[in-house]
Design a protein around this ligand. Sequence first.
Ligand SMILES: [Zn+2]
Length: 91
Amino acid sequence: MPFANKAVRERARRRIAQQVKAGEPCHLCGRPIDLTVRYPDPDAFTVDHVVPTSLGGSDAFETLRPAHNRCNRQRSNLPMGTVGRNSGVLG
Ligand SMILES: [Zn+2]
């Protein structure tokens, strides 16, 4: 989940964390996220780009969703709804 720079990433993390506190679950698996779990734990909170930056996605707040570290990594760079070699879904 590369961001343009650290400041952009930190601002995004704070805003998305507020949504998680308000009850928004992981957008990939639908389970709640525990904000006290620290990265790089698989259950840790991460910010996911709905459109991967490698595919032209931006850091705009509207394109960001909360996700578990594990879920984020398994999704890799694939567009939503696809399953492929790098998604982890096929092993
Ligand atoms: Zn998840």
